[in-house]
Design a protein around this ligand. Structure first.
Ligand code: TXA
Ligand code: MG
Length: 353
């Protein structure tokens, strides 16, 4: 299959040709990659089992890992979800459109192919203008996982999507680099107490200010000692992983710098290519051939925006060993650490203070 690449600006009628082509593909059961405010998504008709099967095949994704259904109008939520608790409407009112996904009980309208066999459905209303237009015209129910090949870092540009999915999907809509750079926050509202399944741009604090106390799935921060399967099936798979071996180094900053410099030196003696994921404050202190500046440590928006593209850059440069500084486990830092831990297969080196 030839994959088309078409640019969009997020304003009708400038995007009319792109949307017409996208609509033709979606209606004939095909797949289109779209920008959203979080990461690029791989879109298909959420109510068509064969479209969902094609999504799994294109990504190489296990079919027990459910897809998020994207909508553009809150009234559509009732068609795909039932027994919706009041808290879901409160959250939707406050955070939609935006980077929040809610798990709700599904209706019969949603095929099990889309929910990975579960009787719940993940629902999100993105704020990105291009995504919104696309869902309105090609939806109204669009299944869209992140548009990366399964296991790889999510895509923050159309070029990343082409790297992973060229020849496997009909069209990539190029809306430029996405804003947030990490996937949406996921909250499960099907139990007595709401439960955070995946941290994201909307923090636990913000959610609690809106609906009161919430639990956190133990799988989120590698605190899952009893090996209980994560409630978001996708969180059990190795994820976001670069090809090189990534370790997160925690401890006082001077110790982190000297440890990483020592390890990079050893690795290069052994003929290995090293990279460091650092912050603006520290990047000049590393002696390594590739030091990536993720942004100011206290500017977590920039760090999250740069994280996945930096992991992909390590692959492009053929890096064998990667060290990353650690981030604060609060606010957006929690989401950054969650993705880094998954990418590192939970390899954390804790240095004494
Ligand atoms: O920001 C995002 O959410 C992006 C953009 C494209 O919208 N999408 C995204 O989708 O990250 P994906 O498929 O890469 O991640 C969805 C996560 C997976 O971990 C999946 O297991 C979980 O959501 N999930 C989906 N439906 C679920 C359900 N019914 N119950 C529990 N977890 C669910
Ligand atoms: Mg994903």
């Amino acid at each position: 299959m030839k994959t088309k690449l078409m640019k969009a600006v997020g304003r009708m009628p400038e995007d009319e040709d792109v949307m017409q082509e996208a609509s033709r593909i979606i209606r004939s059961g095909g797949l289109v990659a779209i920008p959203t405010e979080t990461v690029y998504g791989l879109a298909g008709n959420a109510l068509d089992p064969s479209s969902s099967k094609k999504i799994y095949a294109a990504k190489g994704r296990p079919s027990d890992n459910p897809l998020i259904v994207h909508i553009a109008d809150i009234n559509d939520m009732n068609i795909i979800a039932c027994d919706i608790p009041e808290k879901a409407f409160t959250l939707a009112e406050k955070f939609w459109p935006g980077p929040l996904t809610m798990i709700l009980k599904k209706t019969d309208a949603v095929p099990f192919e889309t929910t990975g066999g579960l009787d719940t459905v993940a629902v999100r209303m993105p704020s990105d203008e291009i995504a919104h237009e696309f869902i309105r015209l090609c939806g109204p129910f669009i299944a869209a996982p992140s548009a990366n090949a399964s296991g790889r870092p999510s895509c923050t540009t159309a070029e990343h999507v082409i790297e992973d999915l060229d020849g496997k999907i009909g069209l990539v809509i190029d809306g430029g680099q996405v804003g947030i750079g990490l996937e949406s926050t996921i909250i499960d509202l099907t139990g007595d107490i709401p439960c955070l399944l995946r941290p994201g741009y909307i923090s636990k604090d913000e959610l609690e200010k809106t609906i009161g106390p919430i639990d956190v799935d133990p799988a989120v921060y590698n605190k899952n000692k009893k090996n209980i399967p994560p409630k978001a099936p996708g969180m059990k798979y190795r994820h976001y992983a670069p090809k090189g071996e990534l370790s997160i180094v925690e401890g006082p900053v001077e110790n982190v710098i000297s440890y990483i410099n020592g390890e990079c030196q050893k690795a290069s003696v052994n003929g290995k290519k090293c990279a460091v994921l650092a912050t603006r404050e520290t990047c000049r202190s590393y002696r390594c051939s590739l030091v990536i500046d993720l942004g100011n440590r206290d500017d977590e928006d920039t760090v999250s925006h740069n994280l996945f593209s930096s992991l992909r850059r390590c692959d492009e440069e053929g890096i064998d060993v990667i060290f990353s500084e650690a981030f604060e486990d609060s606010g957006l830092g929690s989401a950054i650490m969650n993705r880094l831990l998954k990418a590192a297969g939970n390899r954390v080196i804790k240095l004494p203070g």
